[in-house]
Design a protein around this ligand. Structure first.
Ligand SMILES: [Zn+2]
Length: 267
């Protein structure tokens, strides 16, 4: 039997203004803007819907001064998807912008790396360098879900379903994982925060929020190996994603793009 193919959608739910120097360890000589977009992803075919990350809420956006555009979970309705239909949610890592809204999926099992749970419950998060990007209510919420038997804690690479696999990288956080999806254009990798922008992975420069720098570099090579080509790698926060991929439908321009289509060249 051949491997199933999936559609992949990126939902842009928030944004913020920033400068180049904000995004690179060691800063950047160019004093130019480099805005950041926030995404969640939906992977689906006729048999299955898998959500990848769940974004943050308007309540969390306000104190962190993020521009909240739309609830990522409600926006799934534009794809005809309700949260009740989602049986599997992949959490790439426990940062606030990837795991908020988890409580809006009443039936789902949550897939994350056990190392990430250790990390967000362990001694490092007492230091703002590591704890600042976590919301304690998200962490406690995931602990509660685990006691209800709804968390699959993976010890390294794992399969969610045929054609959808999880790959541990660490680096940005201690237990970050990326998602590899089989599509009609081949293997696409949702790199999440293993590569915030294309520029990080292409120039081997490192994002400022880091747990282990060596593991971050190794994650670039791992992501490249997993993807069929550099055009099959989807960075976690790059506004270019919205320009390179076609909208899911004309009225969803700037809101939802389709990642199983071939990207167009953007100047
Ligand atoms: Zn992150």
């Amino acid at each position: 039997m051949s491997l199933p193919e999936y559609e992949i959608y990126a939902i842009r739910y928030a944004t913020r203004n920033a400068k180049r120097a904000d995004h690179f360890i060691g800063g950047d000589p160019h004093d130019a803007p480099m805005p950041m977009d926030y995404f969640t992803w939906v992977v689906r075919n006729k048999d299955r819907i898998v959500a990848v990350d769940t974004g943050f809420t308007a309540e969390v956006a306000a104190p962190r001064k993020r521009t909240f555009l739309r609830c990522p979970v409600e926006t799934m309705a534009k794809l005809g998807v309700t949260p009740e239909q989602v049986e599997d949610v992949v959490i790439t890592h426990m940062h606030y912008d990837h795991v908020g809204n988890f409580h809006k999926f009443p039936r789902a099992r949550f897939h994350l790396q056990e190392k990430e749970m250790h990390f967000c419950c362990g001694h490092y998060v007492r230091y703002p360098r590591f704890g600042h990007s976590m919301e304690v209510e998200d962490v406690v919420g995931m602990v509660r879900l685990n006691y209800k038997g709804r968390v699959e804690m993976h010890l390294g690479d794992a399969e969610v379903a045929p054609g959808i696999t999880l790959h541990f990288t660490g680096g940005h956080t201690a237990g970050l994982q990326v998602v590899r999806v089989h599509t009609r254009r081949g293997w696409v990798v949702l790199a999440s925060d293993a590569a915030h922008y294309y520029e990080h992975i292409r120039s081997n420069r490192l994002f400022v929020a880091a747990f282990h720098l060596g593991d971050m570099i190794d994650a670039y090579r791992k992501v490249e190996k997993l993807a069929d080509s550099p055009d099959h790698i989807i960075p976690g926060h790059d506004p270019l994603v919205m320009r390179q991929y076609p909208p899911a439908s004309p009225e969803l321009e700037g809101v939802i793009v389709r990642l199983d289509e071939t990207p167009r060249a953007v100047a």
